[in-house]
Design a protein around this ligand. Structure first.
Ligand SMILES: Nc1ncnc2c1ncn2[C@@H]1O[C@H](COP(=O)(O)OP(=O)(O)OP(=O)(O)O)[C@@H](O)[C@H]1O
Ligand SMILES: [Mg+2]
Length: 281
């Protein structure tokens, strides 16, 4: 297991109620685990706990344990954990160092801290900036980028470090549909290459299509953990503040009327094929 969380209860400083309540979770190596849940459910807090920002940066009160790549997060510094787990924050502005003048230098920043050789650094930076579509903007100031571009830059900075575990907290929230598709294509490629990924995401069509595991949070608690079909098929999903992709609602309607008994399609294309089949019958 790459990530093992055992009975984690965490309260931010000065808060009466915990943001995470008795969370236990295991994420295997090579898994693409999606975190879903309403605003305030605890997705970002859980992401930060896996990268060690909870409790090292936020402080507060933590019970239970988080073990990432075999090490207990409480025992290590954030810098030490950064070699094992890279995190893209929900707000890209939180990620930008403010210490560099160009997009290129921003990506180089983390690599130089790791002591990567110069030629290797250049090659890696070009590779990741091309991947996220920012190579043309390499000489721009990070502060002049749009929200979506800053989000791409944050992703590039983490990819450049090439950690075995990558946490993406709503990394597509500021991107348009085409930008979102680009980033999810990168996520799918990382998954295929064997990275362990934890992705908090509100866009359920991507969760349905790509996740190997889905964790549903509500009020800081894990409500469900299972395959996308299991978790997105739950009757209480709307009550947890999560909306299924529209094609899944249509398919559920067909199933309830006895028109479709097969497995729930997880992509729009598969749903369209089923609809054609049902219409033909
Ligand atoms: N820095 C903080 N200090 C105090 N409370 C916080 C802090 N960050 C989050 N919280 C609280 O912790 C709870 C969980 O918040 P969190 O940001 O983890 O939810 P989320 O699922 O990521 O929501 P969203 O979908 O809006 O990003 C909420 O009640 C929130 O108000
Ligand atoms: Mg969040």
């Amino acid at each position: 297991m790459d990530i093992v969380i055992d009975s984690l209860t965490y309260t931010y400083p000065g808060q009466a109620a915990p943001a995470l309540k008795d969370v236990s979770l295991e994420i295997g190596a090579g898994e693409l685990c999606c975190l879903i849940g309403a605003n305030g459910a605890g997705k970002s807090t859980l992401c930060c706990a896996i990268a060690g920002f909870v409790p090292h940066f936020y402080k507060g009160e933590m019970y239970g344990s988080v073990v990432v790549g075999g090490v207990d997060t409480v025992q290590r510094s954030i810098g030490d954990l950064a070699r094992r787990v890279g995190i893209v924050f929900q707000n890209p502005f939180d990620q930008i160092t403010g210490a560099t003048l160009t997009v290129f230098a921003e990506v180089a920043f983390g690599l130089e801290n790791l002591g990567t050789p110069r030629d290797e650094t250049r090659r890696r930076i070009e590779d990741v900036l091309r991947k996220v579509g920012l190579w043309e903007l390499r000489d721009r100031s990070p502060l002049e980028l749009s929200g979506g571009q800053q989000q791409r830059l944050a992703i590039a900075s983490v990819l450049a470090m090439d950690p075995p575990i990558i946490v993406l907290d709503e990394a597509t929230s500021q991107l348009d549909p085409a930008g979102t598709r680009d980033i999810w294509r990168i996520i799918a490629r990382l998954h295929a290459a064997g990275k362990t990924l934890l992705v908090a995401e509100h866009k359920m069509e991507y969760v349905a299509r790509h996740a190997s595991k889905v964790v549903l949070l509500q009020g800081g608690k894990v409500i469900a953990c299972g395959s996308p079909r299991e978790v997105l098929g739950r009757d209480d999903l709307a009550r947890c503040g999560v909306r299924r992709p529209p094609f899944m609602e249509i398919m559920r309607g067909l199933t309830q009327r006895g028109l479709w008994q097969g497995p729930m399609p997880l992509t729009l294309e598969d749903a369209a094929a089923v609809l054609k089949e049902v219409a033909r019958r």
